[in-house]
Design a protein. Sequence first.
Length: 302
Amino acid sequence: MEPVSLDNLSILYQSSDFIVVNKHWDVRIDSKMWYEKLTLQSQLRYRFPELADPDTYYGFRFCHQLDFSTSGALCVALNKAAAGSAYKCFKERLVTKAYLALVRGHVQEPRMTVRYAIGKNTTEGLTHMMCIEGTEGCENPKPCQSELIVLEHGLYSGDPVTKVILQPLTGRTHQLRVHCSAVGHPIVGDFTYSHKQDSGPYRMMLHAYYLRIPTSKELIEVSAPDPFVPTLDGNWVPQRATRQLDEVIQGLKESSVCTVEEERRDGLLGDPGPGVPCHAGRSEMEEQRAVCERWLAEWTLE
């Protein structure tokens, strides 16, 4: 991607109800700090001033979050009804997200399921971090699950790394970063979860590659171009391919479609229309619940 600037915003998808952007790395989605002028919100205001909603604090309704250091696909709702339909998809676990990453070391297993519970780190000096259950100072850990699929082994600046697909099946803060670190394969360039050791790369190598949100209004399905290719970053030298990216994404897509159809057939999911409440039997993470309540407070359907 080109250097970030106010007028450099990549659009992956646009309709009358939604925009999906390819967020640049090291850019906040929004900020209340007066000195942080360049945010995704300010880029959207610059590009689409006519679409900013004066009834919202930031002008735009972000359907989900990406870390400051993470790039890739991020969905923005342009009105309350659209925001409500997207909210229901997240609430009912209908959304499919897949991330690309370069992680340190050569991951030997072709596929891993990581199930470490994650909580808030209360240790002095580390309160900006999350941690896995059993770590000293780890408060209120919640069950979490991530899937890791190996795509390629290779070198980054001469050091062994693995290119992987990561799929978060729960939504804890920093989940993918914490899980990768916990299994001994921290994400390349993740200064925070490498204990301040990995400061060489120009960015953290985590990218929201695939996003599928089957709202009642429209199907949103996008891929944000893969930034981890030698033509864009000469430090990355692939050596051995294990799986093809397109093949893995197709498998995730088919799996998500089948799951939705099966659950609707079995009565676990209601009709996706805007008037039907979400299935209450599924457990929610504390953070997800807080986000949902915030969304509902601002986006209640008229």
